[in-house]
Design a protein around this ligand. Structure first.
Ligand code: ATP
Ligand code: F6P
Ligand code: MG
Length: 543
């Protein structure tokens, strides 16, 4: 791969100071490396301290979408030897430190002529760090809705900082962003967080709304905080990006690291979000209960509502895992109730064939079918997210009305809404391990001076991803992908969309002008695992 202009310096922007700086075209400032032919590209007008996207290109279409570094705007920061070097636990690990040029490919299904494409900086410990242990004053904040694993991430940031880097000063911010300026802080030590991973929720508390950039950064500055760990979903990462920009503008030596949290799995680029596996597993319990109820009653229908405002991943994976579900309804797949090919017709068929059925519905599905009054589209939560109506209640009532009034058929419908129960449990074993890796990767990144990044796995390797890539889009189930086809063939439900419309929609989508960072439709061809299914599922953020 092509190396940076100054390969010993992790910050390509600081390389702008080196000889070789040139303007390559009208839009980009480039710095070429005569040995490798690699080029650092910065948007025109950029200068050290300006946090425009940092892109490096190399041979065969290689592109590195890099993250900011403290030296971008504080070029003279001293470096220190990584204390892990003398840590007996890690001393036997061969090549423990990540090579400064290591990066991870976003696209791993390739053809012989495929350009190498987008890469992200590989996460992990660096030989040189930009903070001394006793200099670090870190803080952790959790924002947005609950998600299994929040406490594990908090625990592992505290323990990672302490055990790997000897950092003693870690503060918990109470109650989300507004806690920076309106609430007390909590002192976090390895002892105080020792068993919090066994509990659901977040020991720090969380909230929506209350993001006040000025007050938050004032508080960071006043308290002498120099590493900020921000755990939350798309909204939180947007807030983190704003905080990072303000910190950079003030020229503070403060690293800002985002840890993506979303039970809905709607964050793009990363393989999947923590807590998702736990949520799918827990959803099985509700689906089982719905199945037992449906099977035990004459013309029984078990209806389960699962979370997923705009992304139906939990519903889709819970359905695929369960095999007891006859119909899965998600926001990405429009459906209709009446007439040929509609939901009522399918329910009648299933009841007549099997005597019962199970339906799973994601909370954001079918919102277009709710009456205008129910929709009350202007209601929002404190963060500005649109408040959705309870589609579960509405669809239960619609099914009951249809069969009792129109069909004169007695049905036994049991509606189960386990959403908050699913969100409130502690993470399962695999999510616990995942949370540990996320936390440690974030700590290594901040200690190495990276900032303005979200950490997460891309094709199984943890990376530092620039905020703009995380917040520009939302991850959605693509109903023209194989995974949704697998679901349809497992439930035998109607697709509710004539094939002709799907083909036309796809054509239309392909004809849309693509942003440079959006993958092409060719990438839609292989989706055997969730991680490979992500990038192509990105759609512009809704709402
Ligand atoms: N564009 C933005 N700029 C600054 N702050 C934001 C922005 N969007 C959201 N926030 C802040 O981020 C925090 C969390 O946002 P939100 O309530 O949307 O949850 P989230 O992080 O998206 O998590 P989830 O949706 O998974 O529950 C809130 O305190 C909100 O004020
Ligand atoms: O009731 P709250 O706390 O606003 O959270 C509900 C929302 O949070 C989410 O779980 C996302 O975190 C959505 O699926 C859901 O709509
Ligand atoms: Mg959100």
């Amino acid at each position: 791969m092509g190396s940076l202009c100054n390969s010993t310096n992790p910050s390509p922007v600081s390389a702008l100071k080196l000889p070789g700086l040139d303007r390559c075209n009208s839009k980009l400032v480039c710095c070429s490396n005569s040995k490798t032919g690699s080029v650092v590209q910065l948007p025109m007008g950029s200068s050290p301290g300006n946090s425009q996207p940092k892109t490096l290109t190399g041979e065969a279409g290689y592109v590195l979408e890099d993250v900011p570094h403290l030296t971008d705007y504080l070029p003279d920061l001293p470096t220190f030897t990584n204390p892990l070097q003398d840590n007996p636990a890690y001393s036997v690990v061969k090549q423990y430190f990540v090579n400064v040029d290591d990066s991870v490919a976003q696209k791993i299904v390739v053809h012989k002529s495929t350009p190498r494409g987008t890469h992200f900086r590989r996460a992990g410990p660096r030989q040189k760090v930009y903070f001394e242990s006793d200099e670090v004053h870190a803080c952790i904040v959790t924002c947005g809705g609950l998600c299994p694993g929040l406490n594990t991430v908090i625990r592992e940031i505290v323990c990672g900082l302490n055990h790997m880097y000897g950092v003693k000063k870690v503060l918990g911010i109470d109650g989300g962003y507004r806690g920076f300026y309106a609430r007390n802080t909590i002192t976090l030590t390895p002892k105080s967080v020792n068993d919090i991973h066994k509990r659901g929720g977040t020991v720090l508390g969380t909230s929506r709304g209350g993001h006040d950039k000025g007050k938050i950064v004032d508080s960071i500055q006043d308290r002498g905080i120099n590493q900020v760990y921000i755990i939350g979903g798309d909204g939180t990462q947007r807030g983190a990006s704003v905080i990072f920009e303000e910190i950079r503008r003030r020229g503070l030596k403060v690293a800002v690291a985002g840890i993506p949290k979303t039970i809905d799995n709607d964050i793009p680029v990363i393989d999947k979000s923590f807590g998702f596996d736990t949520a799918v597993e827990e959803a099985q319990r509700a689906i089982n209960a719905a199945h037992v109820e449906a099977e035990s009653n004459e013309n029984g229908i078990g209806l389960v509502k699962l979370m997923g405002r705009y992304s139906g991943y939990i519903a889709m994976y819970a359905t695929l895992a369960s095999r007891d579900v006859d119909c899965c309804l998600i926001p990405e797949s429009p459906f209709y109730l009446e007439g040929a090919g509609g939901l009522f017709e399918y329910i009648e068929k299933k009841i007549k064939e099997n005597g019962h059925m199970v339906i799973v519905i994601a909370e954001g599905a079918g919102q277009d079918l709710l009456s205008e009054v129910l929709r009350s589209s202007d209601q929002q939560d404190a963060s500005g997210n649109k408040l959705l109506q309870d589609v579960g209640l509405w669809i239960s009532q619609s099914i009951k009305d249809h069969f009792s009034r129109q069909k004169k058929m007695t049905i036994n419908l049991k509606y189960i809404d386990p959403t908050y129960m699913i969100r409130a449990i502690p993470s399962n074993a695999s999510d616990n391990v995942y949370c540990t890796l996320l936390a440690q990767s974030a700590v290594h990144g901040a200690m190495a001076g990276y900032t303005g990044f979200t950490v997460g796995p891309v094709n199984g390797r943890h990376c530092y991803i620039p905020f703009y890539r995380i917040i520009e889009r939302q991850n959605h189930v693509v109903i023209t992908d194989r995974m949704w086809a697998r679901l349809l063939s497992s439930t035998h439900q109607p697709s509710f969309i004539p094939a002709k419309d799907v083909i036309e929609d796809t054509k239309e989508a392909e004809e849309q002008p693509q942003t440079p960072r959006t993958q092409t439709s060719e990438d839609n061809s292989s989706d055997d695992k969730l991680s490979m299914n992500k990038e192509m599922n990105e759609l512009p953020v809704i709402g």
